[in-house]
Design a protein around this ligand. Structure first.
Ligand SMILES: N=C(N)NCCC[C@H](NC(=O)CCC(=O)O)C(=O)O
Length: 444
């Protein structure tokens, strides 16, 4: 039996825009109101997916959500035809209006937490969509995310889907961005590391004061319980509140792991030494802990370049490759750090740079764009094959983007009622391409 770690990347939606919606996310705030290009954003994402497919990895596609979210506006009391709802909301409350237009579901590292069948009590792959309660625009995602995941991972013999956690900040859950699975091999039992920013029910514990800690310890524990993980196969680690204050709004902005490698910044965690010792002891496999010292790369430089928001993937020959954004190549500090890293005695042997600038401007690097699912042959065979990248699907999706996406979008363009029509036409066709069925509210 073979085992894989598949990456399911979020397809950028037709309303991709920069609205400055994420307090605590430096890039989102500093690029607010810039003009975006949904077409080139979607194509940059597709190029990365195709490149990983060409590297011999299993690559999948996760569909975006329906935006503008007219249903959310109706829940908030805006009435009339869809066009009237959009125009009255835009005039009455542009900030709420922009929030319901965000294409933020593209960052599928926040779509869900996924546990491999080798780790779970019932031997199935478990999925819990993230509730994303900390940001209104992201809290609109979990229901449709759950439906899309169920349409992709349908077979109940292999896949178990949970409802997202209660929609309250006490159980704020941001999904796989704060979760990393370590293992010797993808098919063997691993240890799942859950990283949280604060305790919800204990105010005496450390927490950031300025920027929000989006993930709570209680949420992480609830997901581990739902997935049937044992104490022996989990480690709960708190993020250093000081890095949250510097723009590390998810742990995947400051650390990335794969198999028995953890690549992380010196300041990423609290109680680092004891927690990493616990991880290694539970995994019972020697770990490569690659710690980047502050004196070599500051937290600010790491946040600016997203050197940890990288994908660490294992090729068939066993070599690990870092998939990094071009911002890392453009930084003399980070580029030379990587040059030195690949010459050292660790499994990481190469760095490949990708232009995902359209996503980076909203604080989303290569790692944000993908959801990892470790699977064996039988599980992979049970996945909806229309969602698995191939040369043909790459061509098909590129021409789909060409025929439906705009070249440019400013925040004012979001109020154009035609954008809703275009978006729904695009998504309707997409559900046929990816064979998802009627997952969107407008289709039900
Ligand atoms: N680190 C990971 N895994 N994901 C990145 C998510 C970026 C996203 N940005 C936004 O939602 C900005 C949207 C705007 O400002 O228009 C967020 O902050 O939740």
């Amino acid at each position: 039996m073979k085992h894989y770690e598949a990456n399911f990347d979020g397809l950028v939606g037709p309303t991709h825009n920069y609205a400055g919606l994420s307090y605590g996310n430096v890039a989102s705030l500093s690029n607010a109101r810039s003009v975006s290009s949904p077409r080139s954003a979607a194509k940059q994402g597709l190029k990365k997916m195709k490149a990983l497919h060409d590297m011999g990895l299993v690559q999948g596609v996760l569909a975006p959500q329906e935006r503008p979210d007219v249903y959310a506006l109706r829940r908030l009391g805006f009435q009339g035809t869809d066009a009237q709802v959009l125009s009255t909301a835009y005039k009455a409350s542009p900030a709420i209006f922009q929030a319901v237009c965000s294409a933020s579901s593209m960052w599928t590292a926040n779509a869900a937490t996924v546990s491999a069948s080798a780790d779970t009590a019932d031997g199935r792959v478990h999925f819990t969509p993230a509730n994303l309660t900390n940001k209104f625009h992201r809290s609109l995602e979990p229901e449709v995310t759950g439906r899309i995941l169920q349409a992709m991972f349908k077979n109940p013999d292999y896949f178990q889907h949970h409802t997202h956690l209660p929609d309250n900040e006490h159980f704020g859950d941001e999904g796989a961005a704060n979760h990393t699975r370590f293992c010797q091999d993808y098919g063997l039992e691993g240890v799942e590391m859950f990283v949280y920013g604060r305790y919800a029910f204990d105010g005496s514990k450390p927490a950031p004061k300025k920027y929000p800690a989006r993930q709570t310890r209680e949420a992480s524990e609830a997901v581990a319980r739902l997935h049937g993980l044992t104490d022996a196969s989990t480690v709960f680690v708190q993020q250093n509140p000081e890095v949250i204050e510097q723009g590390v709004f998810h742990n995947d902005v400051i650390a990335v792991g794969n198999q028995n490698v953890l690549f992380y910044h010196q300041e990423a965690f609290l109680n680092t030494e004891a927690k990493l010792a616990e991880l290694e002891q539970k995994l019972q496999v020697p770990m490569h802990f690659i710690e980047v010292p502050t004196e070599q790369v500051s937290v600010a430089e790491a946040v600016k370049t997203y050197m940890f928001n990288t994908q660490l993937v294992t090729l068939e020959n066993g070599r690990m490759v870092i998939i990094a954004p071009t911002e890392c190549e453009e930084s003399a500090i980070v580029r030379s750090y990587f040059e030195e890293l690949v010459s050292k005695d660790t499994p990481i042997k190469e760095v490949r740079y990708f232009d995902v600038k359209q996503s980076m401007r909203n604080g989303g690097g290569p790692a944000c764009l993908r959801l990892r699912v470790a699977m064996n042959d039988a599980e992979l065979g049970a996945v909806n094959q229309a969602c698995i990248m191939s040369d043909a699907l790459f061509e098909r999706l590129n021409s789909w983007v060409d025929s439906h996406y705009r070249d440019e979008l400013s925040t004012a363009d979001l109020a154009d009622p035609q954008l809703l029509v275009e978006s729904r036409e695009a998504l309707d066709e997409l559900t046929q391409i990816l064979q998802l069925g009627s997952v969107y509210p407008f289709q039900r």
